[in-house]
Design a protein around this ligand. Structure first.
Ligand SMILES: [Zn+2]
Length: 313
């Protein structure tokens, strides 16, 4: 282990603040974060959590930078801020885990845990990644793939199907993966989209006497469905077209009930005295049944198959 940890303190660092959490009167060492916060902690606890800290304490025995008789060990990398150091120490001490609600909060802590070879902290952090990927799937995917965590990468890829793509957000973690890995995510999404669309197109379960858009309305135009020579209302075809296009943005039951999918066909139906009163209700009822049927039986299976058959890195 090099002596890089033992450096002179700058004059600018003369007025550090103290961590409100790690400020133990029984401390025997001070860890200084990159943003100049002092953590008064115990060598034995950090040594048990991290062989790197153990080495640092060994090397720093004769450190002449002290406050209140305690040696000071500075963290040198920019990402080792008070927030990150507090999280790492929370994972080492028998106190509450750090609240890491976003990938942006989580990733530097994992980076620190790996740098200091904190095996238990790494395990604990990795277990949180799938939970984070529900909210931020693409960012979680990038991090998981960069760390070659197969299960977490696949979980994140699956969650990414529910959100529009690209998200329009600045997902900085994408810098961690190659263009090839990102391309594999896009190809995975395309395959899932096609297969799910084919599933929801299957309307063999529909009782045509139940749904008005399959029946001959005497008022609004009838359109021949070229694929199977059926007569259907034109506003229902509009709905099918919009809901399928919405599926390409997000593979989720919710897309078929979104306003921008339901309202155009409802407006079309509004010109028909017979259809206008029930078109919106009928479309909602129909689409819920249509998706629930596909979802309950097949969609999860299709996506799980694609997940299992895809190698992302
Ligand atoms: Zn009609």
């Amino acid at each position: 282990m090099s002596h890089q940890w033992i450096v002179d303190l700058d004059e600018d660092d003369a007025f550090p603040s103290n961590s409100p959490v790690f400020n133990y009167p029984t401390a025997d060492v001070i860890i200084r974060s990159s943003d100049n916060v002092h953590f008064r902690v115990h060598k034995i606890i950090l040594s048990l959590a991290s062989p790197v800290f153990a080495d640092m304490f060994d090397l720093g025995k004769d450190c002449d930078q002290q406050v209140d008789g305690l040696p000071i060990i500075p963290m040198l990398e920019d990402f080792e801020t008070a927030k990150v150091i507090e999280a790492l120490f929370r994972l080492s001490y028998p106190i509450a885990d750090p609240p890491l609600d976003t990938v942006a909060d989580w990733y530097p802590v994992l980076r620190g845990a790996k740098k200091y070879m904190m095996e238990e902290a790494v395990k604990s952090l990795q277990s949180k990644l799938t939970g984070l990927s529900i909210k931020e799937p693409v960012r979680a995917f990038a991090v998981a793939a960069s760390l070659q965590l197969e299960k977490e990468t696949k979980d994140a890829a699956k969650h990414s199907l529910r959100l529009p793509f690209p998200s329009g957000r600045d997902e900085v973690e994408l810098e961690l993966i190659s263009g090839r890995t990102y391309q594999r995510l896009l190809e995975f999404r395309n395959r899932c989209t096609v297969r799910v669309r084919n599933l929801t197109r299957d309307d063999s379960w529909v009782d045509r006497r139940t749904w008005p858009f399959f029946q001959r309305c005497p008022h609004c135009g009838q359109v021949v469905n070229e694929s199977d020579n059926r007569l259907v209302a034109s506003w229902w075809r509009e709905y099918m077209m919009l809901s399928e296009s919405a599926l390409e943005r997000s593979i989720s039951e919710a897309v078929a009930l979104a306003d921008d999918v339901l309202w155009p066909p409802t407006s079309m139906a509004a010109v028909c005295s017979q259809c206008k009163t029930s078109a919106l209700t009928d479309l909602k009822r129909f689409s819920i049944k249509r998706f629930r049927r596909a979802w309950a039986t097949q969609v999860d299976l299709v996506i799980s198959e694609e997940v299992a058959n895809t190698t992302f890195f």
